[in-house]
Design a protein around this ligand. Structure first.
Ligand SMILES: Cc1cc2nc3c(=O)[nH]c(=O)nc-3n(C[C@H](O)[C@H](O)[C@H](O)COP(=O)(O)O)c2cc1C
Length: 191
């Protein structure tokens, strides 16, 4: 038997990402879960931000942002960035995160987050009270100690330990164990 949840924004799990945006050296951090890859070539990511957010005005003006994926140990800091506004508080100071320079854009990345994406906005889509900013990923960074070899692509997900968010129940979780390799384990059913 199924129970119907009606017309509802229910999808889980989703990332709990930290978006940095701003202008002229003044940068803010917002927690965002309405986020996802929307294209591979060009590599592009969409983030949906409500028009009432301080970050909305910043991204609208700067036309760029960084996506920073926190490890699970930063769930309190991440939540903080999702419950107070940069209009009232300096979230960088309050979380004790560290900004470091990006390579391709002016907006910094968060050093403590193991995965960082530098994005340039190339499209905006209006959806109700949200605007989806679609950003082309111009550069991606991964902590060197989270890879299994020197080519920096073989990421060890257990070391990244990304924070997981279950939106509708409003809970933070950690990632579980690896089950298999994609585009591979499914071939078993072809036999
Ligand atoms: C886990 C989590 C996820 C969130 N996801 C979004 C989101 O996808 N889009 C959005 O507009 N607000 C989202 N919020 C709410 C904003 O983070 C929150 O309103 C924040 O205080 C806005 O900060 P700002 O005014 O400094 O931009 C989320 C909050 C939490 C705790």
């Amino acid at each position: 038997m199924k129970i119907q949840l009606k017309k509802k924004d229910v999808l889980f799990p989703v990332p709990a990402a930290l978006i940095v945006s701003g202008l002229n050296g003044n940068y803010n951090i917002i927690a965002v879960s309405w986020i996802g890859m929307v294209s591979s070539t060009p590599p592009a990511i969409g983030i949906s931000i409500q028009k009432s957010r301080f970050s909305f005005d910043l991204i609208k003006k700067a036309k760029e942002f960084t996506v920073n994926i926190p490890s699970s140990k930063y769930y309190v800091e991440t939540d903080y960035c999702g419950i107070v506004s940069g209009r009232d508080r300096n979230k960088l100071a309050d979380t004790k995160f560290t900004f470091i320079d990006s390579r391709k854009i002016k907006t910094p990345i968060i050093d403590e987050c193991p995965l960082n994406l530098e994005c340039k906005v190339f499209k905006e889509v209006e959806i109700g009270e949200h605007t989806m900013f679609i950003g082309e990923i111009l550069e991606a960074h991964i902590d060197a100690d989270k890879t299994n070899d020197t080519n920096r692509i073989n990421v060890d997900i257990s070391k990244v330990d990304p924070l997981i968010y279950c939106a509708s129940v409003r809970e933070y979780w950690t990632i579980g164990k690896k089950l298999g390799d994609s585009f591979k384990c499914g071939t078993e059913l072809k036999k």
